[in-house]
Design a binder for this molecule. Structure first.
Ligand code: GDP
Length: 477
């Protein structure tokens, strides 16, 4: 692996930090090494392998009999003020199963509700943070938590920029969408218009011959909530195979974490497979510790947590980040060693990261190496007319069959943290037309190695993209 080679190269590597991948390749072969780029995931797999933890073999070993149905995990997304928070409140109190004690009293970042579906009592896990920011941030860390996205659209307002942003995020993650047409209690509500507007984005209502479920609701008056939950379960049953093996050590994702004055590091984790138990030694990203206690959203202490169950965990020695995956280690010492090795690997990766993402200039090179076939773009502009004109013109560039251009997101306004997150996940380049970006966003892009190109003349943007696609662009030094 590159890490090993770097080790062998010793001083050489530190003296040549600005070398790119190719130069490393040349240097390596010069010295008699074969350079093989290793992704962070592969590297982590190797690290865990050294501790006899093989997550893939563990998955491959699972037979059908070991898998049992697990609840779907749902995220609520949509434009600001369209009713995401109200809907989360409504779902929280929509527990139709009467014997649920106490109600949901604690905000731990996710909660589970039970609902009756075709006469069967079924559970559903809801991520208790409205919006797609958390969703994207987690995806940028490589964690896929959400099974189904509920897209909230206010029937009196219609499809808005963040509606499109949210659906782009969900679609690019391959997450099925259920549309909640909200505020139907309002005079000005026009639910049919929402259905019609969304057909443009490949969300075609069942009643129009498509396969997306639309449910009219009023989050405020708590109407249609049961039907919405039913639609989520129907969509899950129709398009996803949600099963997990509960009979092994737990694995999952940290979805929220903070430092509590009295209790130390507290983290809400979502168990994705296996069963997490009090006393387990766990590693979440670079945080580790022994599970001292667990609590659910009712504030009740629980001794174990099964797949799709969110629990607040006490006992970690530091605070993990949202999106960090966690595993159970054989003992405390192993947990600590894994965490420490990861921290060292992270520091090294941070240095290398900058060069791993693609820039418009090195797209050509990557293309020649057969590493990419698609140039992903995020387009932001000052007015919608310009964004549309630019997108149209870019998509019209004739590039033959080998390469494709894909606009994964477009929008009006400044380049945001979200745009950068999305570009990070899909290895995209951001094209800004007559827009700026804030310092923090520029820093994030820099850290993540995301290339942002600014233009104020449309044809210049087209020229550059065309040149990159046709392999004519000279790298800028
Ligand atoms: P968010 O920004 O998407 O989380 O939206 P909120 O849940 O905060 O709702 C924004 C506003 O719309 C609030 O004033 C809510 O009371 C109102 N609202 C939300 N749902 C409904 C609804 O179903 N009907 C009506 N009339 N108002 C609603």
């Amino acid at each position: 692996s590159l890490v090993t080679v770097l080790f062998h190269l010793g001083e050489m590597a530190t003296a040549t930090q600005s070398l790119d991948e190719d130069t490393f390749g040349t240097l390596g072969s010069e010295l008699g090494y074969i350079i093989e780029m290793v992704s962070a995931e592969e590297e982590d797999r190797e690290l865990l392998g050294a501790f006899d933890i093989d997550l893939e073999a563990e998955l491959a070993d699972e037979s059908d009999e070991q898998l049992t149905a697990r609840p779907p995990v749902v995220t609520v997304m949509g434009h600001v003020d369209h009713g995401k928070t109200k809907l989360l409140d409504a779902i929280r109190s929509a527990n139709v199963v009467a014997d649920e004690a106490g109600g949901i009293t604690q905000h731990i970042g996710a909660y589970q509700v039970r609902t009756e579906h075709e006469g069967v009592d079924r559970a559903m896990t809801v991520i208790d943070t409205p919006g797609h920011e958390a969703f994207t941030a987690m995806r940028a860390r490589g964690a896929q938590v959400t099974d189904i996205a509920i897209l909230v659209v206010a029937a009196d307002d219609g499809v808005m920029p963040q509606t499109i942003e949210a659906l782009n995020h969900a679609q690019s993650a391959g997450v099925p969408i259920v549309v909640a047409v909200n505020k139907v209690d309002k005079e000005a509500a026009n639910p049919a218009k929402i259905r019609q507007q969304l057909t443009e984005y490949n969300l075609v209502a069942e009643e129009y011959g498509g396969d997306t479920m639309f449910v009219d609701i009023s989050a405020l008056k708590r109407m249609g909530i049961d039907q919405l939950l039913e639609a989520v379960l129907l969509t899950a049953d129709a398009s996803l195979d949600l099963r997990a093996n509960a009979d092994k050590d737990a694995r999952g994702v940290a979805i929220e974490a903070n430092l509590d004055k009295g209790r130390g590091a507290v983290a809400t984790v979502l168990v994705q497979s296996g069963t997490l138990r009090v006393g387990d030694a766990i590693v979440a990203g670079t945080a580790y510790g022994r599970v001292r206690a667990m609590f659910d959203e009712h504030g009740e202490a629980v001794a174990e947590a099964t797949p799709a169950r969110p629990v607040l965990v006490l006992g970690l020695t530091s605070v993990p980040r949202a999106g960090d995956t966690f595993i159970v280690a054989p003992d405390d010492r192993t947990a600590r060693q894994i965490a420490e090795k990861r921290e060292a690997a992270e520091r090294a990766a941070l240095l290398a990261k900058r060069r791993k993402r693609i820039s418009l200039e090195d797209f050509t090179q990557a293309l020649e190496l057969g590493k990419v076939e698609t140039l992903n773009l995020v387009i932001k502009g000052d007015v919608s007319g310009a964004v549309e004109a630019l997108e149209d013109a870019l998509l019209k560039i004739d590039v033959g069959d080998e390469v494709q251009l894909r606009v994964i997101h477009r929008g009006v306004g400044a380049i945001t943290q979200n745009d950068v997150n999305l570009a990070t996940v899909d290895n995209a380049i951001i094209i800004g037309f007559n827009v700026k970006t804030g310092e923090r966003v520029a820093e994030l892009a820099d850290r993540e190695g995301v290339d942002i190109k600014f233009y104020s003349v449309i044809y210049q943007a087209i020229d550059d993209v065309e040149a990159a696609l046709k392999g004519m662009l000279k790298p800028e030094y």
